[in-house]
Design a protein around this ligand. Structure first.
Ligand SMILES: [Zn+2]
Length: 438
């Protein structure tokens, strides 16, 4: 074969494999907190943003596929930093449900709602690592997986009594057991380590603080960051003092104070909200208003709606003696999340969606509404679910804001989410790595 023919073939290969898309004439909300920019354009090359700027400066590359988005709004994809993948079918949680098919189905549902990345928080099976590796080797067309793999609790600790959760986390009672578990977990390269630190309002066993501290230290030795499910102020403070990376829920037993703010600031501890998780603890005690909301209905099976709307399910929730407290926990979570944000603590976007009756995709939009009700502006909410949450993941060079070099993970809307965050529901299309996934 002569050299010229070889070069020609090579050139053809490049022309075929390079895929260039141009989006034109939309209002850009880039996730940086900047004001929306009307009449914007973007060039996406092989899934990454090559250029974004004013339409007037656009130079359309030859052979590009052009999408006209006149009148539309483009915002970054939603990053959810606290979800649970694969364990639920209908309303039943069981680790045996963790199949490729079930995980993919859930990641597709997230993507349908504009959620382009999810951090699964400690309830995964080993299959998650294969699926993550496959995604990272190419251009995913479903939500991106981040994982804490198999999380930690104490012996018989919360949440091992929750239906379907026995055997899901490591149960550790000594520093030696922590080290052995960490030696098994770390080579799988989880993105984070998860600990459940809770007694479920005195009903279950809570992991002792010193064991949690040993987990944080063992993780750190392996270069891993630890996120903790906390409920109580005292646990948040004790673990932040020991170098916890993130509180994976808001403090709900009392108002946070300056002492906690100072220690979180000093150690760079992040706070996640998961406000909608609190809503889910009491929303189904009666017929939840959103059971008739088409935006909810399209993402769930008719049998789930029938069950949640039925008397038996509602009676079971009403039978929980702690039910009257749950709305107060939501209010406290909202107050504390906003207070920490205002004090300059780093906050990320999280919902705890995935477990039974905590609906992937829909709940991310509910979380935004609960954040708005807590006093966050729409621009702050968008920045938190994109730029800040990418920073949390350590993925700021690839994800978050819509800027050159980043993956084209984005949501096209028909109405402006900056004027009302509920407009984030007006989804026209969703892109992950430049692939149109909806
Ligand atoms: Zn969780």
């Amino acid at each position: 074969m002569n050299v010229r023919l070889l070069l020609t073939l090579f050139a053809c290969t490049i022309a075929v494999s390079a895929e260039t898309m141009v989006l034109r004439n939309f209002t850009l909300i880039d996730g940086s907190g900047k004001a929306p920019a009307a009449a914007s354009a973007m060039i996406v090359n092989d899934g990454r943003i090559q250029w974004v700027g004013p339409l007037a400066s656009l130079k359309v590359p030859p052979g590009a596929q052009t999408v006209d988005l006149s009148g539309k709004f483009v915002m970054p994809g939603i990053i959810n930093l606290h979800g649970h993948l694969g364990n639920v079918v209908e309303l039943t949680q069981d680790a045996n449900n963790f199949t490729r098919q079930n995980v993919e189905k859930q990641l597709k549902t997230y993507a349908e709602y504009g959620v382009t990345s999810v951090l699964s928080m400690g309830s995964d099976q080993p299959l998650v690592y294969d699926m993550r590796a496959e995604q990272r080797a190419g251009r995913s067309a479903i939500a991106r997986i981040y994982t804490a793999g198999k999380g930690f609790t104490g012996i018989n600790g919360y949440p091992t009594a929750v239906p379907g959760m026995k055997g899901v986390p490591y149960e550790v009672g000594t520093a030696a057991a922590v080290e052995a578990a960490m030696n098994e977990l770390a080579p799988k390269k989880p993105d984070f380590v998860k600990i459940w630190v809770d007694d479920h309002l005195g009903k279950e066993k809570k992991i002792p603080t010193e064991i949690s501290a040993a987990i944080i230290a063992a993780a750190r030795k392996k270069g891993l960051r630890t996120c903790a499910h906390i409920f109580y102020y005292e646990d948040a403070k004790a673990l932040a003092e020991r170098g916890l990376y993130a509180c994976a829920h808001s403090v709900r037993d009392r108002e946070v104070d300056n002492a906690l703010i100072q220690v979180m600031k000093k150690n760079g501890t992040w706070q996640l909200g998961t406000l909608v998780r609190e809503l889910s603890t009491f929303a189904f005690a009666k017929r939840a208003d959103f059971l008739d909301d088409p935006f909810f209905v399209k993402g769930v099976s008719p049998s789930i709606i029938a069950t949640l709307g039925g008397e038996a399910y509602q009676k079971r929730i009403q039978g929980d003696k702690d039910l009257p407290q749950y709305p107060k926990f939501l209010a406290m979570a909202q107050k504390n999340f906003k207070k920490l944000f205002d004090a300059g603590i780093k906050v990320g976007f999280a919902t705890d969606s995935g477990p039974p009756a905590r609906f992937s995709g829909f709940f991310e939009h509910k979380e935004m509404e609960l954040m708005a009700a807590a006093g966050f502006t729409p621009t702050q909410i968008i920045t938190i679910f994109s730029k800040n949450s990418a920073e949390f993941l350590g993925a700021s060079k690839d994800l978050g804001t819509l800027e050159a070099g980043h993956w084209a993970d984005m949501v096209v809307l028909s109405r402006n989410p900056v004027s009302d965050i509920k407009n984030a529901r007006t989804i026209e299309s969703v892109y992950i790595a430049g692939n149109r996934v909806r």
